[in-house]
Design a protein around this ligand. Structure first.
Ligand code: XMP
Length: 326
């Protein structure tokens, strides 16, 4: 009987056999896959695993705390957070082109992660130890998509962490390689991870950086974070989290429109709500959210976020629209 408990047991056994008494690193993204992979490896080798979380400043409200507080509380994992917020802002200054932004975010992410790896490696070396293993949350569909083999890590990495350079020649530990997403979630629950992590909706690696149409600045990030937090709160309160695939909130930072608030004329920015339903993100339909939920989101955002004076709804399917705006 292939139960979740037996998957966990078997995986722990395999990780122990692979890693022996070696040490491992795992980059946490805040997403389900890396969290479950890390929790499994931690179950297997305890404090010989160190997790690294890069705060690139493009996270949504509460996401860093979710990793630092909730994930650590649930697992007891050793976590190093790298605060790279200023570095990313500097690198993104003056850049409005989506592809350029993605490239910069990807590049900086790899650099920061590598530096953290080197620092930890050096630290471990002082104690006569070496970190040989890198944990990745590669799933079975990723393996299949890449035609099997070790290229699997590259698809994801291409999206997120990036191909690792040769001087950091790690052996990969990929405990989720044989699992589908729903199994990964069950394993996460079995390991005691909170629902908020296990049932987290997809969120892109480049984060809010690709949800600000225009240049990314600290101020604009604050505005988008506030609007996004309200939309998420209301969707959760309405019990809609499991019905929609995800709901990007996009700040049209270079667009302004005239409005009126109280007795004053305003000249603020629009945000776009992009709720979608999907099975696998390859195609998507725009979600028919209840009008009263849309109304609450709109009212709250325009009342609580002074820079935003208009909330618009994206009613485009994918194709022709992608889910994200950039
Ligand atoms: P699109 O916009 O291509 O998005 O329809 C499809 C799904 O992928 C997510 N997405 C990303 N995820 N790194 C990621 O990890 C990325 O660079 C990235 N770009 C898009 C998006 O949120 C949606 O779920």
């Amino acid at each position: 009987q292939w139960t979740t408990a037996s998957i966990v047991e078997e995986s722990v056994q395999m990780i122990r056999e692979q890693v022996g008494d070696g040490r491992a690193l795992c980059g946490l993204s805040g997403g389900v896959d890396s969290a479950v992979a890390a929790a499994l490896v931690h179950r297997a080798i305890g404090d010989r695993l160190t997790c690294v979380f890069v705060d690139h400043g493009l996270l949504r409200a509460g996401e860093r705390a979710q990793v630092e507080r909730d994930f650590v509380a649930a697992t007891g994992v050793r976590l190093v957070t790298v605060d790279a917020r200023q570095r990313f802002l500097d690198a993104l200054a003056g850049v409005g082109d989506p592809e350029e932004k993605r490239k910069i975010i990807g590049r900086e992410f790899i650099r920061v992660f590598e530096q953290a790896q080197r620092d930890l490696q050096a630290e471990a070396g002082e104690h006569g130890e070496h970190i040989d293993f890198l944990v990745q949350g590669t799933l079975y569909p990723d393996v299949v998509e890449s035609g099997g083999g070790t290229g699997a890590a590259n698809i994801k990495s291409h999206h997120n962490v990036g191909g690792l350079p040769d001087d950091l020649r790690f052996k990969l530990v990929e405990p989720l390689r044989l699992l589908f997403k729903d199994e990964v979630r069950r394993v996460g629950l079995e390991l005691g991870l909170p629902e908020t992590i296990v049932h987290r909706q997809p969120f892109p690696g480049p984060g809010l950086g690709i949800r600000i149409v225009g240049e990314v600045t600290a101020e604009r990030l604050e505005v988008l974070r506030a609007a996004d937090a309200i939309a998420r709160e209301e969707l959760t309160a309405a019990g809609l989290d499991r019905d929609i695939w995800q709901c990007p909130v996009v700040l049209l930072a270079d667009v302004r429109s005239v409005g009126v608030q109280g007795d004053y004329r305003t000249y603020g920015h629009p945000v776009v709500l992009r709720p979608v339903s999907s099975e696998d993100a390859m195609t998507a339909d725009w979600s028919r959210l209840p009008y009263d939920v849309l109304e609450r989101i709109s009212t709250r955002i325009t009342n609580e976020v002074p820079e935003v004076n208009r909330v618009v709804l994206d009613v485009t399917s994918k194709p022709p629209g992608t889910i994200e705006w950039e």
